[in-house]
Design a protein around this ligand. Sequence first.
Ligand code: C2O
Ligand code: CU
Ligand code: CU
Length: 565
Amino acid sequence: MKTFFLSIAILFAQTIYAQSPLLIPSTISGANIELNLQNGTHQFYGGQITNTMGANGGILGPTILLNKGDFVNFTVNNQIGETTTIHWHGLHVSADNDGGPHTTIASGAAWNPAFTVLDKAATYWYHPHLHYKTNEHVSKGIAGFIIVTDNEEAALDIPRTYGVDDFPMVLQTKDFDANNQIIVPSNADDVAMVNATIDPYLDAPAQVIRIRLLNGSSQRVFNVGLSDDQPFYQIASDGGLLAEPNQTTRLLLTPGERAEILIDFTGKNGQTIYLKSYASELPNGIYGATNPGNNASMVLDGYNPNPLNGADFNMLQFNIIAQTASPVTIIPTNLVDVTPLLESTANTTRTLTFSPVSMGMDQLNGEFLINDVSFDMGVINYTIPFDNTEIWELTNQSAIAHPFHIHDVQFYVLTRNGAAPPISERGRKDVILVKPQETVRFITKFETFADATVPYMYHCHMLTHEDGGMMGQFAVNTPLAVADNRLALKANLYPNPTTGSITLNLEAKIEANHIKIYDQTGKELTNYGLELQGEKIQIYGLPKGLFVLQVNTEAMSISKKIIVQ
Ligand code: C2O
Ligand code: CU
Ligand code: CU
């Protein structure tokens, strides 16, 4: 504990608040996007620099700009000195491209996902997802925005000039030791920051501005508001624009969640307004409230005292400046058509119950279970029929709120404790906070991608809980695929990209006629060599290009992309 340093920091914060300009991540776009994951340093405070991790820089990562419909090739080079993964949080991509814990990038290796952007205009993000290491890699700094645009969004008269009237803001809290190094994991995250900037200020024009909020904290929930209590307008939830702006003075943002908001600063030139978290208004039972458990006598190790818990604090200072040349000054009345899936179209309901490992008074320290089990890389918890429409019913029987996240799909909330969800939760979502004793039901459809071997994840987005095993996985299968719920066969293909030879390692024997390679037009390749060595298959003499390798037996079906350079 560093209470002494803490109290000095608070004194300082009051006198020299808002001393650094908000860092705005650079942008990256086009058909080929390269991310270099690297170790770096960052000057959070005066004094000692902090060791960090980032993508294409020392901390955070560039904002990736994508258009719906684009086909994009990625190269993710892992230079952090240890294995990691990169997950495209919120994007609807194949399991192979999803970057979950099975899709590891070894130290020094490159990963080449490639996919068509199928999602609606919204704010998504990318971050590492290695089992047991997600919290460390994210907290040390790897996290970036993904902004997807589409025609619907382009037709609206809303701000969209990046860094001018449209600003990404990742809200985080971290814990630093006496040498300014980040402590992970920690329940004593007492330093708030936006875009890795402590005490940031932003010169914002006196007009309507758009902010893309992301809660990139490992655990903390924010209750966002403005210091003058002026209303602002939520226009998007995690995975899409809302039907109409949601006027509000507070917005709850849980780890992993995004919201786009419009703020009207028209006529306020010269004023100073703060973006705050009104955490004093959070009910107990949420990480960020006075008590993280809904039973006030439950203790989370290291959590209190902390000046951020249950108190209102500033995240960022807006210095309102002159308008830009062609400002947006009107909040639109309508946005896009939102057509939630109808409850009557669901053909399966799954119930997921969250509980602590031990029901006792020390339960907040974890770990937490979903349906009484902890995450097992070798177990597929659900095998979901392709194209199935499902209702997932989430019940929280623990004393702390959990932000539940599912990969592959966006969902619509049907009910929260039997009632219609608040307006803020009526759009496309991929994270939902389930408070103690609550039941939340959502509906979604598992379409487009089937893969019997690489599963998708669902988990609590409090990264301590996720790393602690509050996670499960599902495969979306065609009716012909394996019924077995074990990961019978795991394919390991290397090197990829290759210059012509590639090795495929399986956990069972297969025969030459189980393997087929197709080119991009779907034509089967025949001019290559194949050598079977038990569970290992060598493929050689491949021509240059992008191919799909398929292994098909009665027991499994694997598709892997091969790049021959
Ligand atoms: Cu944002 Cu499975 O993660
Ligand atoms: Cu995700
Ligand atoms: Cu949790």
